[in-house]
Structures are given as C-alpha cells and as structure tokens.
Ligand binder design. Structure first.
Ligand SMILES: [Zn+2]
Length: 207
C-alpha cells in the first residue's frame, strides 16, 4: 500500500487516530509491513511519531495504531515513567529524526498506577528496582487525590497529564519544537477492552 508519511503534528495525529479506528473496527490494513518497505527503509528511518507508552503487553504500538516498519519511534517503560534515558530517547526521535509528534500512551487498569496507589495508601514499596518505577508514579496519584479523585482511571489520566507536562517542562529541546510549531505532544488513554484511545492532554495541537 502506498503510504505518504505525515509531516505536520496535526497530520501525524490524524494518521494515528485513523489507524486506531481501523484496529478497533477490525479493518486493519497492515501498512508498511512488507519486504519493499524493509528495503526502502534500510538506509534511513523517518518515523512520523514518537510513541512513549506503558510497557503493558496489551499496548503493542504498531498493532493498536495499525502501522508498520519505520512509522513509530517507540519508547516504553512500565507506567510510562520517564527517567533521563527516556527523555533522551524522545529527544532523539524529535531532534535527530524530526518526528512531528510525541504521544504519551497510558491505559486503564495500569499495574504501575495501581501499585503506586497502594504504596501511597500506606502500603509497602515493592522490592528491587520496582520501587523506582512506583516512586515515579506516586506524585500523580497524590495530585489526583488532592483534586478529590479516588479511582484508578482518574489516577491514570492524571499520570498521563503529568507525564506530558513533565516532558515539555524538562526537555528544552522538546519545548522549543512545540513553541515553534514543529512538534506537538499529546497524552492518550487507551482502553484495554475496547482498543480505543482518548485524548487526555495536549501541547501544540489544536484538537
Ligand atoms: Zn501500564
């Protein structure tokens, strides 16, 4: 299937939503997954979006957005927690590869958010480096609670929001790209059962 890569933030966002709609309806096109695409890309990649999502096995990026090789520059961690290497990887996607969109992808029933909620409720921190992940989600849970929210779904939305704001707040490179209109950052919440995404936060996109 011939496929022209989106080059503006709005077009990139629209392409992802269209792919997700195909996934939800069962009408996937599986674009850019053949040998021709593999050959075409071998010399260089030019992904149209950076996808920073939770590592949850049900959030496979190219599947739920019906995309293929070379389309998405994917960074995923449990609970989409963003340490320095993560921010650097996202900066690589927008600065070196010129992707016009960064998507933060969270989801309902997120285990990391649930663990953070339990830890914030006075439970014990999990062992090993698991604690490091949970520790980075706890502030979102506390912020949501301070607004009167009590459900995991609301904690997830707050965590997506804070992840988006945190990326733009910490990365000068990203903030500059957004300010100059070359890049947008959006936060999407994915529903595991339905396969749909919901816009939760946005910088630089009139949506
Ligand atoms: Zn998760």
């Amino acid at each position: 299937m011939p496929d022209v890569a989106p080059s503006s933030p709005a077009d990139a966002y629209a392409a992802l939503l269209q792919g997700n709609a195909r996934f939800v309806s069962g009408g996937r096109l599986h674009p850019n997954q053949d040998a021709d695409r593999r050959s075409e890309l071998a010399p260089r990649q030019k992904p149209f979006a950076v996808l920073f999502g939770c590592s949850d096995s049900r959030l496979a990026a190219e599947i739920i957005f019906d995309r293929g090789l070379g389309d998405l520059f994917v960074v995923r961690t449990a609970g989409h927690v963003a340490g320095a290497e993560v921010v650097g990887s996202i900066e690589y996607g927008i600065e070196v590869l010129s992707a016009p969109l960064v998507v933060v992808l969270g989801h309902d029933s997120c285990g990391a958010v649930t663990a953070a909620s339990e830890a914030a409720h006075g439970g014990t921190a999990p062992p090993g480096y698991l604690g490091d992940v949970v520790e980075r989600v706890v502030p979102s849970v506390l912020a949501a609670r301070a607004k009167g929210h009590t459900g995991i779904g609301e904690f997830v939305d707050e965590h997506i929001h804070r992840t988006v704001d945190g990326l733009v707040g910490r990365s000068v490179l990203l903030a500059n790209e957004v300010a100059e209109g070359r890049c947008a950052v959006v936060g999407l919440s994915y529903r595991l059962a339905e396969g749909t995404v919901n816009l939760v936060a946005s910088h630089g996109l009139d949506a």
